[in-house]
Design a protein around this ligand. Sequence first.
Ligand code: IMP
Ligand code: MG
Length: 215
Amino acid sequence: MTSFLQIADDEKGHELDLFCVPRHYENDLDRVIIPHGLIMDRTERLARDIIRDMGGHHIVALCVLKGGYKFFADLLDYIKALNQNSDKSVPLTVDFIRVKSYCNDKSTNNVKVIGGDELSSLAGKNVLIVEDIVETGRTMQTLLSLLNECNPKMVKVASLLVKRTPRSSGYRPDYIGFEVPDAFLVGYALDYNEYFRDLSHICILNEQAREKYRV
Ligand code: IMP
Ligand code: MG
């Protein structure tokens, strides 16, 4: 069983005023649900778990842009720290793809993969897919079926967040930072129509902001 830190449905989070939040977002957010420091502490432990399971062989870390970029960068920093401070180490290379499936606050059925090296270069490699959040699981299932056609040696998925939602297909990543309530979350590179990536903490968007930034 994959372990994760559970954020309960009735989790009240923390008042915005207790943290540093950009002025331009002050009226758009209700509460801080996961402070940046807690994200970092949990990510450090995920790095250790990943190296324990995948550390025998060259790892290709595949970042799912744009939402995954913060988690990817911080997770890889922790993996690098393990690599340079222990007797055993593994080469780590990186690649970046874009997957787009969202419009406003709704997941759509149409999942598009854009960019990245030829997927055929993943043959025989240990691939670690790094994603921000799994909601229905459709994005990840689509990506996994594409990757598996390239015959990698191993594919694991690390997602910072997994949403508890009746819309879930049942798909669960191999490594999960936090399991979160069925709300729309922003910050730490998670966006709402491209806004809020420039916010360090993970917060719940308020109703007013959903309208303000709607496209
Ligand atoms: P899925 O295909 O439904 O699992 O959706 C996954 C993608 O939807 C993620 O990679 C995110 O880009 C986006 N997403 C889902 N929930 C949220 C959220 O609460 N905030 C921001 N993006 C989200
Ligand atoms: Mg994403």
